[in-house]
Design a protein around this ligand. Structure first.
Ligand SMILES: *[C@@H]1O[C@H](CO)[C@@H](O)[C@H](O)[C@H]1NC(C)=O
Length: 157
C-alpha cells in the first residue's frame, strides 16, 4: 500500500472507533438494554435453537430435546425455523417449525437482556399434532412455556 492509502485507512479506523465509542456512551447514559436474537440458545429442557435475524426476518434450526410421541420430530429431531422479530432494543419475536411427522409448533415471546449480563428469550409455545379427523380436534393442541438462555453468538449470513 502507498503511504497515503495507509494514512486514509488509519484515519477511517480511527473515525469508526470514535463513532462506535459515542454510540456506546449514549446507550449507557440512557441505560438501554439490547437483546440480539442472532446466535445459539438453549432451553431449560436442553433443546437447541440457532437463530439468525436479517431485518424483521428470522431463520434458523431447532433441535428439540423432547417429543410428544417418540419419533414425532424425526430421526434428527431437527426442524427449520421461520419467524419474525420486531425492531426494538428488547425485541418481541415469533417463530414456527413443522416437524417430520406433520405436527407443528409456534413460539411467541420477547428477548430480554438480563441485569447481570446475558440474554433470555421468554416464550410461550403451542404444539399442534395432526388429528386423524375433526372428532379428535379437541385434544390436538398443547400449550407451554420455554425459557431460552443465550449460549453463543454467531455471525449473521
Ligand atoms: C446481532 O449480532 C450479530 C452477530 O452475532 C451481528 O452480526 C448483528 O449485527 C447484531 N445485530 C444487532 C441489531 O446488533
Amino acid at each position: 500500500m502507498k503511504p497515503f492509502t495507509v494514512y486514509l485507512f488509519v484515519l477511517a479506523l480511527g473515525t469508526a472507533h470514535i463513532i462506535t465509542g459515542q454510540v456506546l456512551l449514549q446507550d449507557s447514559e440512557r441505560k438501554v438494554l439490547h437483546c440480539n436474537v442472532t446466535g445459539e440458545w438453549r432451553s431449560e429442557l436442553g433443546s437447541h435453537l440457532l437463530l439468525s435475524a436479517v431485518g424483521p426476518e428470522v431463520r434458523g434450526v431447532y433441535r428439540t430435546a423432547v417429543e410428544s410421541v417418540r419419533g414425532a420430530a424425526g430421526l434428527e429431531r431437527e426442524a427449520k425455523v421461520f419467524g419474525v422479530v420486531s425492531n426494538s432494543p428488547q425485541p418481541t419475536i415469533a417463530f414456527s417449525v413443522v416437524w417430520a411427522k406433520g405436527s407443528c409448533t409456534t413460539w411467541v415471546g420477547q428477548c430480554f437482556s438480563l441485569p447481570g449480563g446475558g440474554q433470555v428469550l421468554n416464550m410461550l409455545w403451542m404444539l399442534r399434532s395432526a388429528a386423524q379427523s375433526s372428532v379428535d380436534n379437541w385434544g390436538s393442541t398443547r400449550l407451554g412455556e420455554d425459557r431460552f438462555i443465550f449460549t453463543r453468538s454467531v455471525d449473521s449470513p
